[in-house]
Design a protein around this ligand. Structure first.
Ligand code: ZN
Length: 330
């Protein structure tokens, strides 16, 4: 019987540890998949559900095979499609950015029922670091007294945001960050040719997130953002309409471009300190390739990161971005 891999080489090691535990009859009742954002923690969670819901092999630990899910039986297919009656998934509802207590109460109540198929019941909470405090508390009881043949899978990129009472009751499975070459090979295979290197330069080492983007569109956005930043710096573009426009579309990507642009300016500034002092002494308007005051750049970088972290908070994004862009003017 062939086995389904979790879909990307950097997930294999984590999958192998789950498979080994399952094959030895030591399947944990709760796992916490710790995966950097956009690297496939969610895919691994579905794979883990398939591991216990696969109906292609007899119940109980398989004696000789490696014991991964087959990927093709009705159990595996329904789990992958999200239509398995014994698989429950909690995600933040629409724009709320939080998993709420009502969702967790409902999930725990369903998890306590007998399985439809006479096997495992699985609940995936993804991303678990969006559980609010009340929801996390509501989950605790189920974690403390799990039913027989239940598997809870929590996926988190920042498990430190979860209460220790919760994380200490889960077996932690760490997904290693993918290497750039692995990510590029995977993206080429999944999505076809494109300048994926440039996409990863913009969004970081997050191939699963990159796969959802159009490399040409990201390239255009980056070029346009950097050009506008140069224009703002030299005083030929106005921060006010720019902030207004950016805050309405693709702000997260723009802020990442801004972060990268500032980092590059700082790097250039630190690499050429003599040139920097010469340029600061120049009374004329700064040329486009001039080096800004490094401290101001670091302040702007902090500002960009702060704004990105607060994207879901009820703040006036346009106003915050406007003051950030103004600070780039020399
Ligand atoms: Zn199967």
């Amino acid at each position: 019987m062939s086995e389904r891999s979790p879909g990307a080489p950097w997930l294999d090691e984590a999958a192998a540890s789950l498979t080994a535990a399952h094959a030895a009859g030591r399947t944990p009742h709760a796992v916490l998949i710790q995966a950097p954002q956009g690297t496939g923690g969610g895919s691994l969670a579905i794979w883990a559900a398939q591991l216990v819901l696969c109906t292609a092999r007899p119940a109980g630990p398989p004696p000789s095979s490696r014991g991964g899910p087959c990927g093709v039986c009705p159990g595996c297919r329904r789990a992958a499609e999200g239509g398995h009656p014994d698989l429950l998934i909690a995600r933040p509802i629409e724009d709320s950015q939080q998993i709420r207590i009502e969702q967790i109460r409902e999930l725990c109540a369903e998890l306590a029922l007998t399985s439809h198929q006479g096997g495992y019941r699985v609940a995936i909470i993804d991303p678990a670091d969006t559980l609010n405090r009340f929801a996390a508390n509501a989950l605790l009881k189920t974690l403390e007294e799990p039913g027989l043949r239940t598997l809870l899978v929590l996926v988190a990129s920042q498990p430190s945001r979860l209460p220790a009472t919760l994380t200490s009751r889960c077996q932690r499975i760490r997904v290693r960050p993918p290497r750039r070459a692995e990510s590029l090979a995977w993206l080429e295979r999944e999505r076809g040719p494109g300048d994926w290197d440039a996409v990863l330069d913009v969004i970081g080492e997050a191939p699963m997130a990159a796969a959802a983007l159009d490399p040409e569109a990201v390239g255009r956005l980056r070029a346009e953002t950097c050009q506008t930043l140069e224009q703002i710096r030299s005083g030929t573009a106005d921060p006010v309409p720019t902030a207004e426009r950016w805050s309405r579309s693709e702000l997260a990507l723009r802020l990442t471009c801004l972060e990268n642009w500032l980092t590059e300016c700082i790097r250039r500034g630190l690499a050429a300190p003599r040139q920097a002092s010469e340029l600061r002494a120049n009374a004329h308007p700064a040329p486009a390739d001039s080096v800004m005051n490094t401290q101001a750049l670091f302040r702007a970088l902090d500002g960009a990161r702060g704004l990105k972290a607060a994207l879901t908070a009820p703040i006036n994004r346009s106003l915050a971005l406007e003051s950030l862009l103004r600070s780039l003017r020399e």
